[in-house]
Design a protein around this ligand. Structure first.
Ligand SMILES: O=C(O)COP(=O)(O)O
Ligand SMILES: [Mg+2]
Length: 225
């Protein structure tokens, strides 16, 4: 039987430039079981993706900090945004910047964590996050200052309770260390070939193809589970 599906966005539904690969739209729309889009991006991104793909809004955003299910119309936030803010303030005091300009659409709708651009120095951010007791994810797309215990795995498990499904039923496809905690919980986890070491180490399977080609390859494998 086809399992419910959890899917990451960046590096998994995209091509190497970060653009959504249009070939992912139809299989997502036609997936016969619930699809949960689980991302490090802020909430509007996966909500818009579900909207434009034409599937029910079932999303985990901010690396697990925010979760919304259309089924029960409940929006759940977890994480210490103020602690993330303190880390970022201290980073700025040292003369660094988040790297997203004045308007900063990357963080504008972020409510539980903060992201810093990859072109900014990592080590001082890592040091300041540790001093504040916060975690740091390097997704390959951004650095995220997140709260301990908040991750896609914990959020997916909470969503499963609300969907009346078990997390072990799910298959998940992803590409980076922010997917690892969910990979450990789901029954069938797939790292695309471009995935980082943490994702590959926790995934049950690795696809031969990269990016969206890897996602499509994983879907073929998942359909025949
Ligand atoms: O926002 C990021 O850094 C990565 O996003 P993703 O979890 O969809 O890959
Ligand atoms: Mg990703």
């Amino acid at each position: 039987m086809t399992p419910p599906l959890a899917v990451d966005i960046d590096g998994t539904l995209t091509d190497g430039t970060g653009a959504l690969d249009p070939r992912v739209m139809t299989p997502l729309r036609e997936w016969p079981e619930p699809v949960v889009v689980a991302t490090g991006k802020a909430l509007p991104y996966p909500v818009a993706l579900c909207h434009f793909v034409g599937i029910p809004t079932r999303v985990v955003a901010e690396n697990g900090g925010a979760a919304y299910l259309e089924d029960d119309d409940e929006l759940v936030f977890v994480g210490d945004r103020e602690a993330a803010q303190r880390v970022v303030d201290a980073y700025r005091e040292r003369g660094y910047d988040l790297g997203y300009g004045d308007v900063d659409l990357t963080n504008r709708w972020r409510e539980t964590e903060l992201a810093v651009s990859l072109d900014q120095p990592l080590e001082p951010l890592r040091e300041l996050a540790a001093a504040e007791g916060m975690n740091l994810f390097d997704t390959g797309y951004a650095y995220h200052v997140t709260s301990p215990g908040v991750d896609k795995g914990t959020a997916l498990e909470a969503i499963c309770d609300r969907l009346d499904r078990s997390v072990e039923e799910f298959a998940m496809v992803g590409d980076s260390e922010n997917d690892a905690a969910a990979f450990e919980r789901v029954g069938h986890s797939y790292a695309v070939a471009n995935a980082d070491d943490a994702a590959k180490a926790t995934a049950d399977f690795e696809t031969e193809a990269s990016y969206a080609d890897g996602f499509l390859e994983a879907l073929d494998a998942i359909r025949s589970l």
